[in-house]
Design a protein around this ligand. Structure first.
Ligand SMILES: C[C@H](O)[C@H](O)[C@H]1CNC2=NC(N)=NC(=O)C2=N1
Length: 94
């Protein structure tokens, strides 16, 4: 069981994650790309980062956009430090 972050801790973390927001107990961001191929390449990079972290985001793709949502199943679906860490890693991959 991972520890859920407080709302205050989440808001502090969001200050270091441009474009990310917190809603429905998840961290999320929608990324835009030139085309589907670029979006798919990003999804693959995110997949590699997720496997490395053993932490797996929800990934929603429509053509050239990719929406990422992060929470921790092991913390009752709440946001934990693992989500903040993975969001930071994903941010570097966009
Ligand atoms: C056994 C393994 O550590 C877990 O199933 C991992 C894998 N990926 C995960 N991803 C997410 N988002 N939350 C988890 O709790 C989680 N747990």
């Amino acid at each position: 069981m991972s520890e859920p972050l407080s709302l205050q801790a989440i808001e502090t973390a969001l200050q270091t994650l441009p474009g990310w927001s917190y809603a429905d107990d998840k961290l999320g961001k929608r990324f835009g790309f030139a085309d589907f191929k670029a979006a798919l390449a990003f999804i693959n990079r995110v997949g590699d980062a997720a496997e490395s972290a053993n932490h797996h985001p929800e990934i929603f793709n429509v053509y050239n956009t990719v929406e990422i949502k992060l929470n921790t199943h092991d913390a009752d679906g709440r946001v934990t430090e693992k989500d903040v860490q993975l969001a930071g890693a994903i941010e570097q991959l966009a």
